[in-house]
Design a protein around this ligand. Structure first.
Ligand code: BTN
Length: 234
């Protein structure tokens, strides 16, 4: 495992994706990203003070596709658990893989695939306190607790927690992780709009099902939405 540190880079995910000599748990961390990427082609604002990092995870050939679909959720629980060790308020998990703090987004996760590896990119708002147009929807650890933290320490804690959750997952411990996801489910019983790209559906979110899909009551019917297929907005 190698750690690549940058004062500034376009995106730590893009950096790892471009390497041809990846090893399991190689990590890239930057103080600032000039072209930070979020899910669905969104920009991820990456100012100084945030923890901006990515790591490589070797694909296990024996795991079927249905199991890999749960990976973003396993990453989400790891971030949740690691951040819960930092007292700043009430943390929740927002399907598919965001972590909320006091009802505002504090962390986002982007999982991408290259030959033989997943590149797991995580952004945590740590000491940054300006959110521009996202002001009402985003926060940071520092903003909620009034303290400051070492971003790299936060990143290493998350990777450590991921290793624990991931080995639990590989050893058949998914139901325990799922229980945690559901007990901290930010979306539970909230009205949601589901953006299916060509149309919008509206309903009330319920639990995360055992296959990792989100159950939503839509027009009196329970529907399951797939990981990565949809985007929930309010
Ligand atoms: C999202 O919420 O849409 C996902 C955001 C992921 C941001 C992180 S920051 C480190 C890594 N490098 C990137 O370009 N993106 C991820």
């Amino acid at each position: 495992m190698r750690i690549y540190r940058f004062n500034e880079i376009d995106s730590t995910n893009t950096f790892l994706k471009g390497r041809r000599d990846l090893e399991n748990y190689d990590m890239a961390i930057a103080e600032v990203q000039t072209a930070g990427r979020g899910r669905r082609g969104n920009e991820w604002k990456s100012p100084e003070g945030a923890a901006l990092f990515s790591f490589a995870l070797k694909e296990e050939e024996y795991l079927p596709l249905e199991e890999w679909r749960k990976l973003p959720l396993v990453v989400g629980v790891s971030v949740l658990r690691a951040l819960e060790g930092i007292e700043a308020g009430d943390y929740q998990f927002k399907w598919t893989n965001d972590v909320y703090l006091n009802e505002k987004k504090v962390s986002g996760i982007l999982v991408e695939k290259v030959e033989g590896f997943f590149i797991i990119g995580i952004g945590v708002n740590v000491n940054n306190t300006e959110f521009g147009e996202l002001e009402r929807r985003a926060t940071s650890l520092s903003r909620e607790s009034g303290r400051s933290y070492e971003p790299e320490e936060v990143a290493l804690k998350i990777i450590e927690e991921f290793k624990r959750c991931y080995s639990k997952f590989l050893m058949g411990g998914w139901s325990e992780l799922l229980y945690e996801i559901n007990s901290k489910n930010y979306l539970k019983n909230r009205p949601v709009k589901i953006d299916l790209r060509n149309r919008i559906e509206e309903g009330v979110a319920r639990e995360v099902a055992s296959d990792g899909t989100l159950v939503v009551d839509v027009e009196g019917e329970r529907r399951n939405y797939d990981v990565g297929e949809i985007h929930i907005s309010f």
